[in-house]
Design a protein around this ligand. Structure first.
Ligand code: NAP
Length: 255
């Protein structure tokens, strides 16, 4: 309890899956949480659930790929809670699952708009607030697919590789401001994203077992496995950690 008390956290894509877990755990640990997402219904449910536990949260509709929205929401969050000191760039999409030569430019650009441009925009607009607060912690949600290859979703791999290096560069640029920037690399986590991805397989039940077996621990992860990693990186327990890749993958990338 209270690992994040006094902190103001913005979580993008906070309505479902991993983002929802991050919001719930950060609020439980004492942060004031701005739950942001394009899914208003589910986002408001997360806020209700946090408030029912006596913790602090507010919902903002935010499409991370739209600069005007990002600018307005970060301004409004600061008005409500004070300068943001924790940002989790969690919003992301899987995108088209085709080999590179079959992808359209629009399919490629759509994934980069959410997964890369969105991370850039939210980071851009949070930095002045973190400077005003004399420090902060930013987490980019990358993936095992930002570390190693697999023969699927090429635009997604590119996007997750990009945010991994964006974290390291900004870790160096903003270290003098006491702003830390790290990336988190989940293995397969059972969320609506993965459920949708596997539902297109000829035999979704068999596909789920095959994917589970790719993890030496023998199963997929749960959203809270990633939520706790983000709590650690947001907290002062990780005050000497910046530019790092926190891998939470059941051993997937050990091979
Ligand atoms: P998810 O279940 O699809 O949830 C993502 C949330 O982000 C949804 O509420 C989604 O809304 C929202 N979103 C989509 N586009 C957005 C946008 N432009 N602006 C703001 N919000 C947007 O995904 P997840 O599995 O929890 O994944 C969360 C993050 O972890 C992603 O960055 C993903 O790449 C990463 N990750 C996931 C896994 C995994 O196995 N699940 C593994 C490695 C990394 P809609 O549902 O309305 O689109």
């Amino acid at each position: 309890m209270n690992r994040l008390s006094g902190k103001v956290a913005v979580v993008t894509g906070g309505a479902l899956g991993i983002g929802r877990s991050i919001c719930l755990l950060m609020a439980r640990e004492g942060a004031a949480v701005a739950v942001t997402d394009v899914d208003e219904n589910e986002g408001r449910k997360v806020v209700e659930s946090i408030r029912a536990d006596g913790a602090i949260a507010e919902f903002w509709r935010l499409d991370v790929s739209v600069e005007a929205d990002v600018k307005r929401v970060f301004h409004d969050v600061e008005q409500k809670f004070g300068p943001v000191t924790v940002l989790v760039n969690n919003a992301g999409i899987g995108g088209a699952n085709k080999p590179t030569h079959e992808l359209t430019l629009a399919e490629w650009e759509h994934v980069q708009a959410v997964n890369v441009k969105g991370v850039f925009l939210c980071t851009k607009y949070v930095i002045p607030q973190m400077r005003r607060a004399a420090g902060g912690s930013i987490v980019h949600m990358s993936s095992i697919y930002g570390m190693v290859g697999a023969p699927d979703v090429p635009p997604y791999h590119a996007s997750k590789g990009a945010v991994t290096l964006m974290a390291k560069t900004d870790a160096l640029i903003y270290a003098p401001d006491r702003i830390r920037v790290n990336s988190v690399h989940p293995g397969f986590i059972w969320t609506p994203m993965v459920e949708n991805h596997l539902s297109s397989a000829p035999d979704p039940v068999a596909a789920r077992a095959i994917v589970a077996a790719l993890h030496p621990l023998g199963h997929m992860g749960e959203p809270d496995d990633i939520g706790w990693a983000c709590v650690y990186l947001a907290s002062d327990e990780s005050k000497f950690v910046t530019g790092s890749e926190l891998v939470v993958d059941g051993g997937y990338t050990c091979r």
